[in-house]
Design a protein around this ligand. Structure first.
Ligand code: BGC
Length: 738
């Protein structure tokens, strides 16, 4: 047995030596190739030494969040954790309870909607790197995230964990997160592959969608995560696609992911998303996690042996019904992931809860905030004045790292908005009233009794009537049927009587600004009457500080909406087509909105949103000018270079997001008017200007042609739209492709 270990160790030493050696990028490439060869050779050797039982054991869980290693060969266990906003508190070995450790409190980073709203890939890198460091410190090998399911409906309970409605934005933002995370020797597990765009009936709903929508809208962020981000693992979704569960879906996993995209990592189930041994064995699933073990323990001593990829799999292998090459491929992938993570001797030790991580969380939080409306320069609120500020609303004090499902975090510290405001506005008198209550955090909410609600409301209205400024902190929370896994929202409007409360507040004070803490669009019947609206998202540990930074003007808001806010639910494409489109008939669901998701729908159907994708105001003003393309005619292999200048014409330093959309004129196929194809976040000091260039490959203007099952480029005229929001285009330029 001991000699077996020796085969593995020289390979590791060789890898360590080679990592120390390389210095130039050429050498890096050569060294990486050499390392990969060494790793594959080590895997070949290990495969010959593993018994069938040991191989099968590696393909399924041994506890809620780990898989067994092979102690005989020195192969370690794999440890995983949610994801994606921080490293989750330690969970019990065999049930969902928290283990009650005292050393697992971490930095909670802003939700991925907030990260997406920064439109800043550098921040995504810093976010990924920081979370990777915390994961390493907590001895995790895989972080279950990031999530890139497309925002299709504002009712989806998990939108806050994803990166918005646009495949290009999500693709650009997800790559640096993965790279930053994985540079720590911790694997990303991109989730949930794919079409898990609602929580209602997620465990069984069968999604029917056209190939065009699949390839153009729902797959791109996953593809980029795999091919450019080089993610080492991916999580199969709960739902079905074309009648087969996504976690062992032949087309999705075997054909698209592994064959077409060349994914060499591990496909992991969502927790409990495997349903069939043969399909799991044959159709691309590598590792089974989270299958219920209750009631399965009567005959075998270890409940995990009952997993689809455990004993039943072993039986089929032994009987020859399934060839050994299938388990070998799974184990090869798992070992490859291990050589990249827990069998990589060079990975760092990690660190957690340091100032640097808090600073990253705060920067993302502040930069992701989106100023939706700002009449009479309501924001920023001066800090030097002796104002009376009424801070009203449950979300001013509620811990938002708690709840939401698997992304729930045990934050070492969470600064509430109220605390942040109290610390920052030292010259002001801060009065706080809860205004409404939703019940304690966690699954299942308790609606306060009418009497309590009345008392809370009255108190808030009195506070508002006596204040110079009212800050209403409302929105959603992380309870069931809000922004929370396992269920969808049940209404588009604000819950818990917030609309009524706001109306009463507006009756006594018209100087009201709303700060929305949510991961979803909400209806705003009071919009025309409030002075300002700030979309703050869920921000994590540094929430209060980041909010105070922006409200006080220390940070000039520069976030942009990563998804459209419709005026009403039926203005959203998924809902426009009725129940069969959302939520389906409980068995099937047809994505009748097809490729027209989000702003693609609003633009093309001329349905004005309440706030458009890409919208976000600032405390200064910008002018985008001198927009030109390098040429007017291009061939298929060229790129369009779009030059621009951004001038800061106001009174504060800031950053503007130049957005480039492209649309085909007179297309032979149905298309959206325009699609985001490039953006730059440009920092511009007041009174100055910055010039830049955005490059778009012509090849990226292809559409997916179903008749040939491939991408096709249409020749002819295209329009380039440049602006600072999807509904604020300042320059249109025609180009043609020949
Ligand atoms: C969620 C995943 C999560 C897993 C483990 C599932 O319910 O859908 O996103 O990673 O649980 O907690």
């Amino acid at each position: 047995m001991r000699t077996n270990q020796v085969h593995c160790k020289p390979a590791l030493l060789a890898i360590a030596f080679m990592v120390l050696l390389f210095s130039s990028s050429d050498m890096y490439a050569q060294t990486t190739n050499q390392m990969n060869k060494e790793i594959e050779a080590s895997i070949d050797r290990l495969l010959t030494q593993l018994s069938l039982e040991e191989k099968v054991a590696m393909c399924h869980a041994q506890s809620k969040f780990s898989t067994p290693g092979v102690p005989r060969l020195g192969i370690p266990e794999i440890w995983m954790s949610d994801g994606p906003h921080g490293v989750r508190g330690e969970i019990n070995w065999d049930n969902w309870g928290y283990a009650g450790w005292t050393n697992d409190s971490i930095t909670a980073f802003p939700a991925l909607t907030s990260l997406a709203a920064t439109f800043n890939p550098e921040l995504s890198k810093a976010y990924g790197k920081s979370i990777g460091e915390e994961a390493r410190y907590r001895k995790k090998d895989i972080i279950l995230g990031p999530g890139v399911n497309i925002y299709r409906t504002p009712l989806n309970g998990r939108n806050f964990e994803y990166m918005g409605e646009d495949p290009y934005l999500a693709s650009i933002m997800v790559v640096p997160y993965i790279q930053g995370l994985q540079q720590n020797g911790v694997a990303a597990c991109v989730k949930h592959f794919v079409l898990n765009n609602q929580e209602l009936w997620r465990n069984h709903i069968n999604v029917e969608v056209s190939d065009r929508a699949l390839y153009e809208i729902y797959l791109p962020a996953f593809k980029t995560a795999i091919q450019e981000g080089q993610a080492w693992s991916i999580m199969g979704a709960y739902n079905k696609y074309r009648g087969q569960f996504c976690s062992h879906n032949e087309r999705l996993l075997t054909k698209i992911l592994k064959d077409d995209w060349g994914f060499d990592g591990v496909v992991i189930t969502d927790w409990g998303s495997a349903h069939d041994t043969k399909e799991a064995a044959l159709y691309g699933l590598d590792m089974e996690m989270g299958t219920g073990t209750d009631g399965l323990t009567t005959t075998l001593k270890n409940a995990y042996d009952n997993y689809y990829l455990a004993y039943p799999f072993l039986e089929l292998l032994k009987s020859g019904e399934i060839e050994e090459k299938y388990v070998d491929d799974k184990v090869r992938r798992i070992l490859r992931l291990m050589f990249r993570t827990n069998m990589n001797p060079n990975r760092s030790f990690g660190r957690m809860n340091n100032q640097e991580h808090l600073d990253v969380a705060r920067s993302v939080g502040a930069e992701g905030m989106v100023l939706l409306k700002n009449e009479d320069s309501f924001f920023p609120i001066p800090t030097d004045k002796k104002l009376t500020i009424a801070v009203i609303g449950e979300n001013a004090t509620r811990a938002m790292t708690v709840g939401g499902g698997s992304s729930e975090l045990k934050a070492k510290n969470e600064i509430s908005p109220l605390q942040g405001i109290r610390e920052r506005f030292k010259n002001a008198t801060i009065v706080h009233a809860m205004g409404y209550a939703s019940g304690p955090p966690a699954y299942g909410r308790v609606i306060p009794s009418e009497l309590d609600a009345e008392v809370l409301k009255k108190e808030a209205v009195i506070a508002a009537s006596q204040a110079d400024v009212v800050l209403f902190f409302g929105g959603l929370n992380k309870n069931h049927h809000q922004d929370c896994e396992g269920g969808d929202r049940q209404q588009f409007g604000l819950p818990f009587g917030q609309d009524e409360l706001l109306n009463e507040i507006l009756n006594v004070n018209d100087n009201v600004g709303v700060v929305l803490v949510s991961g979803n669009a909400v209806g705003m019947p009071w919009l025309s009457e409030v002075k300002a609206v700030m979309q703050a998202w869920y921000i994590g540990s540094e929430a209060g500080h980041a909010i105070a930074d922006v409200l006080s003007g220390t940070v000039n808001p520069s976030g942009k909406l990563p998804f459209s806010f419709p005026k009403k639910l039926t203005d959203n494409a998924a809902h426009y087509y009725g129940e069969i489109s959302y939520p389906g008939d409980s068995i099937n669901q047809h994505y009748k909105d097809d490729i027209l998701v989000g702003y693609r729908w609003h633009d093309t159907k001329k349905i004005k949103p309440l706030f458009a994708f890409g919208h976000g105001l600032s405390y200064t003003t910008y002018a985008i000018s001198d927009v030109t393309t390098d040429k007017s005619e291009y061939t298929e292999t060229e790129s369009i270079k779009i030059a621009y200048t951004v001038s800061n014409t106001g009174n504060a330093n800031g950053a503007e997001v130049v957005q480039v959309y492209v649309g085909k004129l007179k297309s032979k196929v149905d298309r959206a008017i325009k699609e985001l194809k490039g953006f730059d976040k440009v920092k511009v000091k007041k009174g100055t200007k910055e010039s830049g260039e955005i490059s778009i490959d012509i090849a990226d203007l292809k559409y997916y042609e179903e008749s040939i099952s491939n991408w096709r480029l249409e020749k002819g005229d295209y329009m380039i739209y440049v602006g600072n929001a999807s509904d604020n285009i300042v320059k249109k330029l025609k180009i043609s492709i020949y």
